[in-house]
Design a protein. Structure first.
Length: 745
């Protein structure tokens, strides 16, 4: 029998609250911006998934591209050149309609006609021949009029844009707008949120009046800066204006009037104010609650044929490419700044956005997202949400996972099917996020209730060991305690060489940044090798292996951590120098042995740490690295635990506080990874060490000098040469065991 609902009432109640939150968002009582962000992403994913990715030859883009700019000169071109372009398109290539995704807001005075007229009124006003020539020449030099004459009587649509740019509190109005498609007051009494603007940038009156129509190319930019929609009705001064694509469609269809589309006025939607479509018979354009049309992108850039404008002007385009086609004149040249962010590409030509919308209008493939989808979203979220909120607490984790997976797949499949076959865009992100939230809450609730032991382990050891070890320890929490015990372990001490001098040369902020940049990667390496950080002591690090989690390979992990720390520090040198910091050198001491581990301290403060002779020796070894000029040193027990590594025996020493001598070693790494030269020098040094301990000073010195010539940077050879010279001058007392005594720490 499944557990009763009463037993899981808390989880069910929490789930219902989550569902109510998503319902409130769907009903627009509250606004959860992250859902809008996710909805935009799911919209883009569905669009890319279902795009036809074919080329539509009906619409051709005449591109003012880099090639055209190189041949014809920088933009803007003279209007007589544009007149030539229009003549070529209609007379030579016999296109159907031309739409300009370009604004001609300023007069073209590049012909010099103004200068000639000034001369005719001043210096040459008495020159009859000049006056006559100017009168004959003037019509050809009025480039705007020449361009307008080529537009007149031809199916050309001029483009313009709306904006909210203001000067002195007034909208900036440039040029002349075409006649609005719907007059002011058309939507009186209906609460529709149109894209409303206070200014515009339009074409010269002479050009707009000569053209057959005009349409705006102002996209509706979403919050993330992506262009997914275009206002089918843009509001300015209470009147409503059509986009470039719709103006071209109406011109193709012999200019049918634009009419708003509402659902039937029944009892069900008596008070429903939504505008669901805009009609230019027989074309019906679905719109959203802000009278925007979703752009039905066919695919990435190049979903429509492109031809270079200069090739059109010089008859280099195959006539069949353009004959009876719809032509959009626009630009892809980056310098002309008509590249937009779209769902299919971060940089996409604005002119191709209009081509996609135009094709969608002709084919009837524009997706519908009418205002009533808000109600559909509330219904879907409510039904699925309440079922899951009540049902998930009754299921085991495995069955909950399966159930949620089925619901997610069902929601997505149903949504995509409606998208693809009904052309209806239903919200998807809110449903998916709600299902995931309910699943996360149910899993988290059980997880936190049933994992108190892990929380306790994390509280005890989280500051010492990496998270993955905490996870491992939590599987058997009873095995771990902070009570002191004796274990065979390995401990590591590391210290930065010359840190006092370094710290004196840096300001406090730079010193803090340097230490963070050094300690962070070192700590990660220790954690990656399953080590426990005991403490940081200024620039020094103390870590150990074998507790709280038992580690049979504690010596190996410690030595590998030390070797990796040296490699990482060498790799960081260039970065430190680039930041104005000195490169760091460290000394590392590692020792293995019995030591006490556990919570130690006073009544005021305790810490999980290790103590014992083996710990003290590791600390001494770290200090001895400076004397021998090496970066890393290990004791006898550590070497014995890792016989597969190659070591250089450094010395036999008696450290302060201990009577028994110890042999100290420098780990070099795995033999297979070492160079032959390194192994050869190691054999020669071992021979020199035998001569040294046999008091054969001359042989030892000769061997050391040969090694020093081969490796002059190795300070160990200089250390022994100095010691040989001292012992030759002051021979040791007999019998001599070859042990070097250190009377300082």
């Amino acid at each position: 029998m499944p557990p009763s609902l009463k037993k899981h009432a808390a989880r069910a109640l929490l789930g219902v609250l989550v569902v109510l939150l998503f319902i409130a968002h769907a009903a627009r009582f509250i606004d959860l911006s992250f859902i809008h962000t996710m909805e935009a992403l799911t919209y883009d994913a569905r669009l890319r998934l279902t795009m036809p990715r074919t080329v539509d030859p009906r619409i051709v883009i005449v591109d003012i591209d880099e090639k055209s700019l190189a041949e014809e000169g920088r933009w803007p071109w003279r209007r007589d050149r544009l007149a030539l372009l229009v003549d070529k398109l209609f007379d030579h290539y016999r296109v159907n309609v031309v739409g300009f995704d370009v604004v001609f807001a300023e007069q073209d005075d590049s012909s010099g006609l103004g200068v000639l007229r000034d001369l005719s009124r001043n210096e040459l006003r008495g020159d009859a021949q000049f006056q006559k020539s100017l009168e004959e020449l003037a019509p050809r030099l009025e480039y705007d009029r020449v361009f307008a004459e080529r537009l007149r009587g031809r199916p050309v649509v001029m483009g313009y844009y709306f904006s909210n740019q203001q000067i002195d509190g007034k909208g900036l109005a440039i040029g002349t707008l075409p006649t609005p498609v719907l007059p002011a007051g058309t939507f009186k009494g209906r609460n529709i949120q149109f894209a409303s603007f206070r200014g515009y940038g339009a074409n010269l009156p002479i050009l707009q009046s000569a053209a057959a129509g005009g349409g705006h190319f102002t996209p509706a930019t979403d919050a993330d800066g992506v262009h997914r929609r275009v206002p089918v009705l843009a509001e300015y001064n209470g009147a409503y204006y059509e986009p470039l694509a719709l103006a071209i469609v109406r011109l193709l269809l012999k200019s049918p009037k634009v009419a708003p589309g509402y659902p039937p006025d029944t009892l069900l939607n008596k008070d429903y104010p939504g505008l669901e479509w805009v009609e230019a018979d027989p074309v019906r354009i679905p719109v959203d609650e802000e009278a925007n049309a979703l752009v039905p992108y066919r695919g990435p850039q190049g979903s429509f044929p492109y031809v270079s404008a200069t090739d059109v002007m010089h008859d280099r385009v195959t006539p069949a490419t353009l004959e009876n086609r719809i032509v959009l004149v626009g630009t892809t040249a980056p310098g002309l700044q008509d590249l937009r962010s779209t769902p299919v590409a971060p940089l996409y030509p604005g002119v191709e956005i209009h081509a996609n919308l135009l094709a969608g209008m002709l084919d009837g493939t524009i997706k519908q997202r009418p205002p009533y989808v808000r109600g559909a979203e509330v219904l879907l979220v409510g039904v699925f949400g309440l079922l899951l909120a009540v049902g998930l607490p009754l299921l085991t984790p495995l069955r909950s996972t399966i159930a949620v997976g089925v619901v997610l797949v069902a929601l997505s499949a149903m949504n995509i099917a409606v998208w693809q076959y009904v052309n209806l865009v239903l919200p998807l992100a809110s449903g998916l996020l709600m299902v995931l939230a309910l699943y996360a809450i149910n899993m988290s609730y059980g997880y936190f209730v049933e994992s108190r032991a892990k929380t306790q382990i994390a509280g005890r050891f989280g500051q010492y060991v990496p998270p993955e070890l905490v996870d491992e320890m939590s599987r058997n929490p009873d095995r771990f305690s902070m009570e002191s015990e004796s274990r065979e372990m390995t401990v590591l001490f590391s210290d930065v060489r010359g840190f006092t001098t370094i710290s004196e040369g840096l300001d406090p902020n730079a010193l803090q940044q340097l230490m963070n940049a050094y300690l962070t990667p070192m700590t990660r390496i220790i954690h990656q090798q399953r080590g426990t950080i005991d403490k940081y002591m200024g620039d020094a690090i103390m870590a150990f292996w074998g507790a709280p989690l038992e580690d049979p390979d504690h010596a190996r992990h410690a030595v590998m951590a030390g070797l990796e720390m040296q490699k990482r520090l060498a790799a960081m040198a260039a970065e430190f120098v680039a930041r104005g910091w000195p490169p760091l050198r460290i000394g590392i001491g590692i020792n293995t042995g019995r030591m006490s581990v556990g919570n130690m301290g006073s009544e005021v403060r305790v810490a999980y740490t290790v103590m014992g002779d083996a710990v003290n020796l590791a600390s001494r070894l770290e200090g001895l690295t400076k004397h021998y000029g090496v970066s890393m040193m290990v004791g006898e027990a550590t070497r014995a635990a890792l016989p597969d590594l190659v070591y250089r025996e450094l010395d036999r020493v008696r450290v302060k506080g201990k009577d028994a001598p110890v042999t100290i070693f420098e780990p070099l790494g795995v033999q297979a990874e070492l160079r032959k030269e390194t192994l050869d020098r190691l054999k020669l040094f071992q021979q020199a060490l035998k001569f040294y301990r046999a008091q054969e000073w001359d042989k030892a010195e000769l061997q050391l000098l040969n090694l020093q010539r081969v490796a002059p940077d190795d300070a160990l050879y200089a250390t022994y040469l100095k010691r040989v010279a001292q012992l030759r001058a002051h021979p040791p007392a007999m019998p001599w065991d070859g042990v070097f005594d250190f009377d300082t720490k």
